[in-house]
Design a protein around this ligand. Structure first.
Ligand SMILES: [Ca+2]
Ligand SMILES: [Ca+2]
Length: 223
């Protein structure tokens, strides 16, 4: 089994200029630096209503990817900008293929129009939060651009929007942020002036990297 995994990964890397299709390391080479499964009040996580917004983020036991609960916020039937903020996470000093993973599902107004939605932001070494743009995602990036004219604080942002009825894993390439000593992440759910929905579920937030590979693998890579 081990040989099979190494072989499969080698072939894929040989045919691809990046590791975008192989963001999950072979199990024996994965180093998990941070993990939060939202099974109880998550240490260091805070919630905030931005721009005076109400905020409904909390631990929810009605749905989960693993375990019995996840983080959840309602998509409110009026203007809101609800933030779920991670702790400041120190980055490892030696990094290789550093990635952020999380699983989520969502039901936003509407099925066909991009009215309400959510985004991911990052702060590097305490700097102001900026959006994690689509280009940094290795899997399941934003699904549409939120419409203007309905007072959603996230109007014009590319966001997760519409409906995602089953859990999917989004993966972010953190290598562009490799010079930061610490990162902090912020999920924002923005809604417009009317029509609330079930909202957004997030579970199994994880930062990991791939460890140094053995010489056999490196030879394959070089060839
Ligand atoms: Ca969970
Ligand atoms: Ca709405």
């Amino acid at each position: 089994m081990k040989n099979h995994l190494i072989c499969a990964l080698s072939v894929s890397i040989l045919t691809s200029p990046s590791y975008a299709e192989d963001f999950n390391c072979p199990s024996q080479t994965t180093a998990v630096y941070y993990e939060q499964n939202f099974e109880s009040n998550p240490t260091g996580w805070v919630i905030e209503g931005l721009n005076g917004s109400e905020v409904t983020w909390g631990i929810n036991a009605s749905d989960s990817y693993t375990g019995v609960s996840s983080a959840h916020a309602d998509a409110l039937p009026y203007v809101s900008d609800q933030a779920l903020i991670s702790p400041v996470i120190n980055m490892p000093t030696t990094q290789q293929q550093l990635t952020l993973h999380f699983w989520h599902k969502y039901f936003f107004e509407t099925e066909n129009n991009q009215i309400d939605g959510g985004i991911l932001e990052v702060s590097m070494d305490g700097s102001p939060f900026i959006q994690v743009f689509s280009v940094y995602f290795l899997a399941n990036s934003y699904t549409g651009q939120l419409e203007t004219g309905f007072n959603n604080p996230l109007s014009n942002y590319y966001a997760w929007t519409n409906h995602q009825s089953y859990w999917v894993e989004s993966v972010v390439n953190l290598d562009p942020f490799i010079n930061a000593q610490s990162l902090q992440f912020r999920f924002r759910l923005g809604t417009d002036t009317s029509i609330g929905t079930e909202g957004w579920y997030i579970d199994d937030f994880k930062i990991q990297s791939c460890l140094e590979l053995d010489p056999i693998f490196e030879n394959s890579f070089d060839n």
